[in-house]
Write a protein that binds this ligand. Structure first.
Ligand code: F0G
Length: 425
């Protein structure tokens, strides 16, 4: 089966081994385009179901289980994998009641090896880098991409170079980048500026960029939905809800759904709902204006993972909305943190950005866009341990501008039996 790089605007094609991140003719974003016509009847539910529970490389991975849909022609020797994916899908009746629907499921991508969905894109992107013979890879990151890249680069024996912004990196993510041996460069600029810088530096020094502008990243991230749909016995939900920052995941989801439909794994397309933080809402504004005259924003939100004002995958995300009859919603930091407390308190746990899925679902139900009888699949993108400062700050009710509605306050006592018993009686 043949695959190629293809411009999403002018359809110009390039061979897979060209190191480019945009169309040389028109500047458009690139897809990894697969020729599924050649494999009619071979990409089936049964093929993927037979591989479930595989113990051996590469099919033990929840990404490479779907190799035919991710990177059909890759050599196994190039695959750098930590057995990523295979994350849980939780059916949560209590959270469904709070959202206002009969069926609410959360797929927890924080259960990946480095604690976020990025591992699914990193195994595909970094394996491609290995096939190209790269020795140095780089990314700008709000923290999760860098944690994941540092881990996979270490595994592959490559140097991982991380462009971190000046403020607002969650502690868990920063610690991971350093711990995994990444070359961590803290730059006095925000994420959007770092994104531009990493591309320029990479070009000058011949370093391979592993941000989601790299289409091979998105191919791995498609497997979030391949796996979710497999867990749902290939019955599509009415809605898929995902937080939006650089819009890589949203873009990957559009492509995943279309491809699953094309090869016949699902018989209808769910609608995509992309949820942004109010303080980092460029896609929401663009959507609300009827997609006229895109304006980047200066981003600010407690959900630092999605503190992004000029998303690189904008055009692919718009395409995903068009393909799926999708919608865009925005939620406040207050709504994000209260939703996070609800998810955490249910025993599931997530980082702030992930809680957009629940907060957004609730808002879309209130607005009558999601109906009570709809089945809703939300994606949790990162682990509860990623941002301990936000969690502890919330429960201490010390977060500026936020009044914790679901506090679990710390009890304190002296070394005094009677006092402790009185507290717990
Ligand atoms: N949720 C989490 C936990 C993230 O880390 C990110 C992105 C997103 C949601 C948004 O995903 O960018 O595909 O729309 N984090 C990137 C990073 C930007 O550098 O780790 P997106």
């Amino acid at each position: 089966m043949s695959s190629s790089l293809q411009c999403i605007d002018c359809a110009q094609q390039y061979p897979l081994n060209r190191v480019i991140y945009a169309c040389e003719r028109c500047g458009g974003l690139l897809d990894v385009a697969h020729d599924f016509a050649a494999s009619t009847g071979k990409i089936t539910r049964e093929l993927f179901d037979e591989r479930l529970g595989a113990l051996d490389f590469p099919y033990n991975s929840g990404v490479w289980r779907f190799k035919e849909l991710v990177y059909p022609d890759i050599e196994d020797a190039h695959i750098v994998s930590r057995g990523e994916g295979n994350t849980n899908l939780y059916e949560l009746p209590r959270l469904a009641a709070s959202v206002g629907v009969d069926s609410f499921m959360l797929k927890h991508e924080g259960e990946n090896p480095t604690g976020s969905f990025k591992d699914r894109g990193m195994t595909s992107g970094l394996s491609h880098a290995k096939g190209l013979g790269m020795t140095r890879v780089a990314c700008a990151s709000t923290g999760n991409t860098s944690a994941s890249m540092a881990s996979y680069a270490a595994l592959a024996g490559m140097q991982g170079i991380i462009f971190l912004q000046n403020t607002a990196i969650a502690l868990g993510k920063l610690a991971q980048g350093i711990a995994y041996g990444g070359t961590c460069l803290q730059i006095n600029a925000d994420f959007d500026r770092n994104m531009a810088l990493v591309r320029q530096v990479a070009e000058r020094l011949g370093i391979y960029v592993l941000n989601s502008i790299n289409p091979f990243r998105l191919e791995g991230q498609k497997s979030i939905l391949f796996e979710a749909l497999q867990q749902m016995r290939w019955q599509a939900p009415d809605w898929v809800i995902v937080p939006g920052g650089n819009l890589g995941n949203s873009s990957a989801f559009g492509k995943a759904l279309l491809e699953m439909h094309t090869v016949g794994l699902i018989d209808r397309l769910p609608r995509l709902a992309i949820v942004q933080a109010e303080g980092a809402n460029p896609l929401y504004r663009h959507y609300a204006s009827g997609f006229r005259g895109f304006q980047p924003v200066k981003a600010d939100t407690i959900a630092t993972a999605i503190k992004i004002g000029d998303p690189v995958n904008l055009q692919k995300a718009i395409r995903a909305l068009e393909w799926t009859g999708g919608v865009v919603e925005q939620v406040s930091d207050q709504q994000i943190m209260d939703a996070k407390a609800l998810i955490d308190g249910a025993g599931i746990g997530c980082e702030p950005a992930s809680a957009c899925s629940l907060a957004g679902a609730r808002k879309l139900v209130e607005r009558g866009i999601i109906k009570r009888g709809d089945t809703v699949l939300g994606i949790l993108t990162g682990h509860v341990l990623k941002d301990p400062a936000a969690t502890i700050g919330y429960h201490a009710d010390e977060l500026p501008g936020i009044t914790a509605q679901r506090r679990n306050p710390m009890l304190r006592a002296e070394d005094d039996l009677e006092q402790i018993v009185a507290l717990l009686a």
